[in-house]
Design a protein around this ligand. Sequence first.
Ligand code: ATP
Length: 238
Amino acid sequence: MADTLLQVKGLQVAYGGIQAVKGVDFEVREGELVSLIGSNGAGKTTTMKAITGLLPLRDGDITFRGRSIRGRGAWDLVKDGLAMVPEGRGVFTRMTITENLQMGAHIRRDTADIAADLDKVFTIFPRLKERRNQLAGTMSGGEQQMLAIGRALMSRPRLLLLDEPSMGLSPIMVDKVFEVVRDVHGQGVTVLLVEQNASRALQIADRAYVMESGVVTMQGQAQQMLQDPKVRAAYLGE
Ligand code: ATP
């Protein structure tokens, strides 16, 4: 079995008195695409923020490549191979496409390889290449999502975290985003995908976890979960 890249154990996260994550366990192994699904307010984004060091852990632990993320800054985690595409994308609207992509490589010093990776990102996203000198703020929501994914890839991540990449996009762009995530995974990047679009998230995943009210309520092979009547009734609108 492949090595565990990310291990979340007994994770608890709170906002003041509000306990948003109440003891969550899951793992992502090298090479997998794992989806975390569940309805609004289930605690998925909170879990992602805890993994990237943006929120403190109330209890439990998160290890990435065998080391606890506790007390480590975002910089250190990115250097270690963790890249996050946040909900809402977080692109730098007043910078060009190329500048945004270069920001994704700010932890790297291998200039020649950075240039090669920029070309690679432009091959995955021809639209970004066409628009490379355009300000990111003038791009459509779908294009900005592509940019956010491209920027994350520029750090050469071992693990790519994606928070609701399909949110607010037109059906065609939703198709494109899931296609890109599947392709990126096909190229060897391990992916943890948070999605409310459960059906699409399960279709491209190896394994999945369902979160509800701050706890994991179901887990398994994604293809089996797609057939599971409970999952179909609760999350696939049947
Ligand atoms: P969504 O898909 O709507 O983002 P989610 O599964 O990602 O849902 P979270 O955003 O993690 O859910 O929210 C989990 C719980 O924590 C919710 O009850 C939410 O209201 C609460 N919460 C989130 N952010 C804050 C905050 N900054 N302050 C207080 N409570 C918060």
